[in-house]
Write a protein that binds this ligand. Sequence first.
Ligand SMILES: [Zn+2]
Ligand SMILES: [Zn+2]
Length: 304
Amino acid sequence: MQNELRKSYDIKNWSLISEIEPSSVGCSLCPGSEEKTEETFRIEDNKGRWIVRSIVDPYPFTHPSKFKISESEKLFTAIKAHGWSEVVIETRDHTREFHELTSEEIKNVLTVYKNRVNALRKRENVEFIGILKDNMNIEFEHSYSKIFTLPIVPESIKEKINTFNDYQYKTEKCIYCDIAKKEEKGPRHILSNDSFIAFAPFSQTENFEVLVVPKKHHTCINELNEFEIFNLAEILKNLLTRLKAAINPFKYGIVFYLRPNKEKDFHFHIKIFQKTFHSTLDEGYGIYLSKLSPESVAKILRGK
Ligand SMILES: [Zn+2]
Ligand SMILES: [Zn+2]
């Protein structure tokens, strides 16, 4: 069954049904396995060896298909999970995790994010681009992150956009610019550099939640210059080092909130948090990742 996005009967929520299971035959992300994957972008060292690569995701949330609503009645809304999903291989080294990379190496990973977001924004029927990273290593035992597009804007993001627009309408200001200024001087401030501020949000939705907000009003990661990308890398490295000392076992997620494609304005930001058993897609974007379709569940429970 092709991946499908389904809307809830009664609450503002989408679920993504993806029955593709990862197979564990060696590491397809390690150097030497390049032919097994379809590369979309790479950064090389001065010897011509890749140091960060992005590839077409073998276990995609979304994949290119004829975009159409497949079933839409009053009660049942489903959309083919059309889009593009990529995996960013963050290091050549199978044994190193993202938080162990240097700021300079993290900067390379962020540069690949920026490149891929730029490229994916231009494709057809892309409403939303998500970037997520965790260290659960569910699909590969090699440090990686995921970038994907959706043909819809998740309901939780629509809520953020509505709040942003409403605040702007009432005050003629950006809510995130105001939050950043206030939190930098308050009791929830953690650290800042020239370009970013990190703080524990006033009302958390996750354990050990930290928001990272650019000081300048940028709507998307692709507006950051090289200096700002390095500053973002530095703040992420610093925060992950602090989180590692505070959380045991050290399981974390990172999610990027970028301007949806049809929106003119937004202020992009990043959430870092302690991982629970929920998928990062759910914790980040409020989309429940279902590895078993409701029809399969019913079949199992009916016993035929
Ligand atoms: Zn590997
Ligand atoms: Zn702003």
